[in-house]
Design a protein around this ligand. Structure first.
Ligand SMILES: [Zn+2]
Length: 177
């Protein structure tokens, strides 16, 4: 992780907070960090950078996909199409494959010194990001509502199942090493 610095009074406008998008103007307090080979990132002093913001490694791709999936799962309800969650899961799977193959390429280029890269690639490969969701138990009526209380209960239980399946999968993330 890149080190975060705090400035009490900006000498000039510094752009928008990476987290809440608030404009940070001359005179405002803000914090910043600069990822390796990337432009400076800024945020309000009260906002928190996420892993994907400060991460400088290949893992940033995976973290971003994880955060996106988390958001989609948190906002999921029985009116949302399950394909939104499935798409976000697929994006995470793609991100993992991409990062895994980058590590494999790096490992090859490094020869004997690439053992660590190989291990990182193996860890990602071992992480099973596939999630199977049950079919939506009931279709909604014309007002986008369950037809009765039983159907509402079943739909709410299904939403919980979808959310915990995502949570379980994310919980198995091997993490950056
Ligand atoms: Zn902010």
């Amino acid at each position: 992780m890149a080190r975060t610095n705090t400035v009490n009074k900006a000498a000039k406008d510094v752009g928008n907070c990476l987290v809440c998008r608030k404009e940070l103007k001359k005179g405002d307090a803000y914090k910043w960090f600069k990822p390796y080979r990337s432009r400076k990132r800024v945020a309000c002093t009260t906002c928190h950078f996420k892993n994907s913001h400060t991460c400088t490694s290949k893992w940033v791709t995976i973290y971003e996909a994880m955060e996106q999936l988390e958001d989609v799962a948190n906002e999921f309800d029985y009116r949302t199409d399950i394909s939104e969650v499935e798409d976000a899961v697929q994006e995470l799977t793609d991100a993992c494959e991409e990062v895994e193959s980058e590590y494999r390429e790096a490992a090859e280029a490094w020869g004997d010194a690439g053992a660590e890269m190989e291990e990182k690639a193996d860890n990602i490969e071992d992480w099973d990001t596939d999630v199977d969701f049950d079919e939506k138990p009931h279709e909604l009526d014309d007002d986008d509502e369950p037809k009765n209380d039983d159907e509402r209960d079943a739909l709410e239980a299904w939403v919980c199942d979808v959310q915990s399946a995502v949570e379980d999968m994310l919980g198995n993330c091997p993490g950056e090493m």
